[in-house]
Design a protein around this ligand. Structure first.
Ligand code: URP
Ligand code: ZN
Ligand code: ZN
Length: 462
């Protein structure tokens, strides 16, 4: 593989910002040095003057081609990881799904079959446990041994992925025993279902009612309950897609007690709101996801949580459904709109926009998007940083380029953009994955099959 040199850029990690040249050999970063201080030669040289050199993004929450809501997420591993690469994300952690009545093993095998040979960037798996039973719990250590070290339980979606508190407690106990991290979708599903039924009976069928019935208090209540169950089980906990300030307050209180409780939010909760769900006609369906978008006042609390480290990770929860034919399944009944938003391509740019707007620092941008997810899910320092020995997953980022996000130009396999027409400053220019060039100034050079499965170690915050 070509020896590669990136010269003249500002290297940004979560720890420091250094004007440095970066030398890459055999897919690894081998050295960094002050600009021009070494007489390095290389077959391939990138001039990153005036640009940032940052680690490839790590998106720890995606759902490629997941069957859900009577349909299937519209990005395959091939299209979704290609879009990730366009957006500077070089690692995804996707959710393999245990089908009810089947084993974890079968779910994981399914996901390997979908991903193997198709991915443009490296990938790992969490496992969604939708059917907690003794035989299923007995499978967990073997899967941890294969590098699947986190399991997601749902307090929402009765009849689909939902587990009751007893099942969640058992799974948390087992996860703690085997050194795995329990992830929880924290919404009180049974209570939400009552409110859904009542809303529909009143004739409230529009997409905005999705946000109204999935009350912030029911996210906060479930978050509180998940934390207490994790305490009882002696298990670490990671709460996914936090959107309500009341839920964040529960996480902050737990962390103030020194509990091993972690939280993630997503760009949609930071940049979009219930105003989008209330867009005229059926347009609001484009923004239906769970947890739901909240009134804009919640955003300030989430940004604060990201600054104070009460939230550690920003993932996308990328789960795209086309407006035509998929979101439309919920015409006349918001509860039938498939839940999920596209986003894997735009996380790095949207978080950089937060840097531009002074909400977070450059180093915190990298920490939230690269380093913390790598550490949280046992991939650091191979992923998430730029250091001798780490994979040469590198992004040359132009902090001054201006771009307008649009379905007309994005690469995700979905017919709308949740950020249509939004202008952001900053753009991915060049992307390397393990030293291989995936993208260079608008030319896509990646290929399905470059991406490899990453077995993970345990959470590195514990
Ligand atoms: O609406 C969402 N979040 N869809 C994906 C499934 C999940 O709950 O993460
Ligand atoms: Zn979820
Ligand atoms: Zn999700």
């Amino acid at each position: 593989m070509a020896r590669t040199l990136i010269t003249g850029g500002l290297v940004i990690t979560s720890a420091e910002e250094t004007p440095a040249d970066v030398l890459v050999e055999d897919g690894k970063v081998v050295a960094l040095a002050r600009h021009g201080s070494q007489n390095w030669t290389a077959e391939r040289v990138f001039d990153a003057s005036g640009r940032y050199v940052v680690p490839g993004g790590v998106d720890a929450h995606t759902h490629m081609e997941m069957p859900f809501g009577g349909t299937r997420a519209s990005d395959t591993f091939a299209t979704g990881t290609r879009a990730a690469a366009w957006g500077g994300t070089t690692t995804i952690v996707d959710f393999a799904v245990q089908t009810r009545g089947s084993s974890l093993r079968a779910g994981l095998d399914d996901w390997h079959a979908k991903a193997d040979g198709n991915c443009a960037v490296d990938y790992a798996f969490h496992l969604i446990v939708s059917d907690v039973s003794e035989p299923v719990l007995r499978e967990m250590p073997g899967l941890v041994g294969e590098g699947v070290t986190s399991f997601k339980l749902f307090m929402a979606y009765p009849g689909v992925f939902y587990s009751d508190d007893g099942r969640i407690l058992r799974a948390m106990q087992r996860a703690a025993d085997v050194g795995a991290l329990t992830m929880v979708h924290a919404e009180n599903g049974p209570a939400i279902d009552v409110l859904v039924e009542q809303a529909l009976a009143r004739g409230e069928t529009d997409p905005r009612h999705h946000g109204e019935v999935r009350r912030a208090l029911l996210e906060a209540e479930a978050t509180h309950r998940a934390i207490q169950l994790a305490r009882v089980a002696g298990a670490p906990l990671y709460v996914v897609h936090v959107s309500a300030r009341e839920a964040l307050a529960e996480l902050a209180a737990a962390r103030d007690l020194g509990l091993p409780v972690f939280g993630e939010t997503c760009p949609q909760y930071l940049f979009l709101s219930t105003d989008n769900l209330a867009e005229p006609g059926f347009e609001g369906a484009k923004y239906v996801c769970s947890t739901p978008l909240r009134p804009a006042e919640h955003q300030a609390a989430l940004w604060r949580g990201l600054r104070t480290d009460d939230l550690q990770v920003v993932s996308t929860d990328h789960c795209p459904f086309c407006f035509k034919g998929q979101k439309e399944l919920g015409l006349g009944d918001f509860s039938k709109i498939p839940n999920g938003l596209p986003g894997v391509e735009h996380r790095m740019d949207l978080l950089h926009q937060a840097v531009v707007e002074g909400r977070i620092s450059r180093r915190r941008w990298i920490e939230l998007a690269c380093t913390a997810p790598a550490r949280m899910f046992g991939l650091h320092p191979r992923k998430g940083t730029i250091a001798p020995g780490s994979d040469a997953d590198l992004v040359i980022y132009d902090p001054h380029a201006v771009q307008t996000l649009s379905a007309a130009t994005h690469h995700m396999n979905v017919d709308y953009s949740a950020y249509e027409g939004r202008t952001v400053t900053g753009r991915v220019e060049t992307v390397l994955s393990r030293g291989e060039l995936l993208l260079d100034r608008g030319d896509y050079l990646g290929r399905p099959g470059h991406g490899a499965f990453l077995p993970r170690s345990a959470c590195q915050y514990l």
